[in-house]
Write a protein that binds this ligand. Structure first.
Ligand code: PMP
Length: 407
């Protein structure tokens, strides 16, 4: 079985060499965005240095090269997700835009007053607000699956909330503020049994787990390139071809048409129907390189390594007096949210930053999760496969200092 060669992996990420306040940086904000390995940086720079040009438009050498690289990245993502075809891969600006695309195009065209949309209490705001906006406009009803104090969804409640009126289940695969891994495959099967479609928010899942959309049988799946070691401003919407085909375009403009007259415009075939205007060519090429990179490390190795880090981190943080972990699901990834008595999360963040440790503090765009636990904010250390147990020790040491300040 493949394992992580941590020295090699760390050499691949130039950003890890940065010092903060004269101390080696410990980067534990990977759920917000990940660092980029050298092949991704080189792929983006290579495009700008050697073949900058627009895609699908010119027949000149550079444009052909850029188009081949851009479409090559689509094929890589298709294989990465095991989609049936590359026309099922739509490039977007990120998870947020992918979800909005479905809400606007599918939601406004196919849903009507009284239809129910099911989400969960642990969704990121980007999987709440677009549906609320849709409900306001179309009179649909938003239903919410609760979770327990470990941060695990109540499957019983889910089954109760799933009714003949449910038209869409939009569910997060892995929670960004709790680390919980939801049983999405089982939920998809149950939702389909009731005739509902399912959108999976895989923003966090994509860097922790191999994803097979045919095995999951989800109807839509969204992720962001920047959380998969790729460039910011890139993202993917996977959708089953027959659904995407039936959906109207989201944005109108260049590249998404077949023909335009003032009397009538016809639209391009998939996937171009959903990619109006000049896309983020460099970013998408970088995303293709990120997919190659992650696969070269291998998800077996990533999962095994991260699970050990999670166990080590859970023990080490729990040993800090007074520290309470928020999110202790049986099935979880290396995301450690916590609170410390008498210390506000922002103060914790500032003090550990003085020690060179980067964590995230706040509500993590999941205010309902904060409400559930009765806290305004948490501190969150989110780890990936380039992090180490020594870095966790550095965080714990910094937290002990925080305790001294606040006790
Ligand atoms: N869903 C989840 C679970 C996330 O963690 C995030 C980003 N924190 C998003 C959606 C939104 O992603 P983006 O900001 O890249 O669109």
């Amino acid at each position: 079985m493949k394992t992580i060669d941590i020295r090699k992996v760390r050499r691949d990420f130039p950003n890890l060499r940065v010092k903060v306040h004269g101390k080696p940086l410990v980067y534990f904000d990977n759920a917000a965005t990940t660092f980029k390995p050298r092949p991704v940086i080189e792929a983006v720079a290579g495009y700008y240095q050697e073949y900058t040009s627009n895609v699908h438009r010119g027949i000149h050498e550079l444009s052909e090269k850029a188009t081949a690289a851009y479409e090559g990245a689509r094929d890589k993502v298709q294989q990465f997700l095991n989609a049936r075809g590359s026309k099922e891969i739509i490039f977007t600006r990120g998870t947020t835009e992918s979800i909005n695309l479905v809400a606007y195009s599918y939601g406004r065209h196919f849903l009507k007053s009284g239809d129910e949309i099911l989400i969960s209490e642990m969704e990121h705001h980007s999987n709440i607000v677009p549906w609320q906006m849709l409900c306001e406009e179309k009179g649909c009803v938003l239903k919410v699956i609760p979770f327990n104090d470990q941060g695990e969804l109540s499957y019983e409640e889910f089954e109760k909330l799933l009714t003949a009126k449910t038209r869409l289940l939009s569910i997060v695969y892995i929670s960004n503020s709790l680390g919980t891994v939801n049983p999405v495959k089982k939920m998809i099967k149950a939702a389909h049994g009731r005739g509902a479609l399912v959108l999976v928010d895989a923003a966090q899942a994509v860097s922790h787990r191999a994803i097979d959309v045919q095995d999951l049988d989800c109807d839509f799946l969204a992720f962001s390139g920047h959380k998969l070691f790729g460039p910011t401003g890139t993202g993917v919407l996977y959708g089953k071809a027959q659904l995407l085909d039936a959906m109207p375009p989201f944005h109108g403009g260049g590249d998404m048409i077949s023909s335009v007259t003032f009397q009538k415009t016809t639209y391009a075939a998939l996937p171009y129907k959903f990619e109006a205007g000049t896309p983020h060519v460099a970013g998408v090429i970088g995303l293709g390189a990120a997919v190659d990179y992650v696969l070269s490390v291998g998800f077996n190795a990533i999962e095994g390594y991260e699970q050990k880090l999670l166990e080590y981190g859970t023990k080490a943080l729990s040993a800090v007096p007074g520290l309470k972990l928020i999110g202790t699901a049986k099935e979880k990834v290396s995301i450690l949210s916590f609170v410390l008595p008498n210390a506000h999360a922002h103060d914790i963040g500032t003090l550990v930053n003085d020690e060179g440790v980067a964590i995230r503090t706040g509500h993590h765009c999941t205010q309902p999760v904060m409400k559930h636990f009765g806290v305004p904010a948490t501190s969150r250390a989110s780890l990936t496969f380039y992090n180490t147990a020594e870095e966790i020790d550095a965080l714990v040491k910094a937290l002990r200092k925080v305790r001294e300040v606040f006790s």
